[in-house]
Design a protein. Structure first.
Length: 202
């Protein structure tokens, strides 16, 4: 079985083709880059996705060597994410599904991250610390579904790293912000004590 997936939940657009053994046949990514310090504007990001989607799909087929009629199913991110961006991915996926007469599967974005981690790590029933731009959660499978057992109540760790990195002037097309901050930290051996207070259930 071969699946084409579309990810368009925020600033990044992804089109990938995988087989049922977890082999990644193509993984095409495009990233909307907002003006420095302005953050992601949903409408502008969705316009970027709309303009780059056809080329990304074409590149995914070319990189994989798979023809459109060899695809067995189409999947797309249904949420959570930025509404205008999600809409571009959903409409594109539905169009492909109808034109190729293939089944369509809507995917929960955070659960997809967890499932990829399980696949790559060869894990059966993990307790997951899920850290992304918009979420920081402790997740586990219980009673036939994934459940959130704890999460941040102020700012997600990924968002915190992104904001800090941008304000510190860090930027690299190929590396995520967390990695850039880590590389900067490795340049120094001076440790600074930062006190913290835990109140109640925080």
């Amino acid at each position: 079985m071969i699946s084409l997936g579309i990810e368009s939940s925020a600033d990044k657009l992804g089109v990938g083709i995988i087989d049922d053994k977890g082999n990644v046949l193509s993984n095409i990514r495009r990233t909307y880059k907002p003006p420095y310090g302005s953050g992601i504007h949903p409408r502008e990001a969705s316009e970027f996705h709309s303009s780059t989607m056809p080329g990304a799909i074409e590149d995914a087929f070319q990189e994989s060597g798979i023809k459109p009629n060899e695809i067995d199913l189409i999947s797309f991110t249904k949420g959570p994410g930025l509404g205008p961006c999600l809409r571009i991915g959903a409409v594109t996926a539905r169009t492909l599904s109808l034109s190729l007469n293939k089944p369509l599967i809507a995917v929960n974005h955070p659960i997809a991250h967890v499932e990829i981690g399980r696949l790559v790590g060869g894990l059966d029933d993990p307790v997951v610390l899920y850290v992304s731009g918009g979420n920081t959660q402790v997740i586990a499978f219980s009673e036939k579904r994934y459940r959130v057992f704890g999460e941040t109540i102020d700012i997600p760790v990924g968002n915190c790293l992104d904001v800090f990195g941008r304000n510190a002037g860090l930027s690299d097309k190929e590396k995520p912000m967390g990695r850039l901050i880590e590389l900067e930290a490795l340049k120094s051996s001076n440790y600074v004590f930062i006190p913290y207070v835990i109140k109640g259930m925080d």
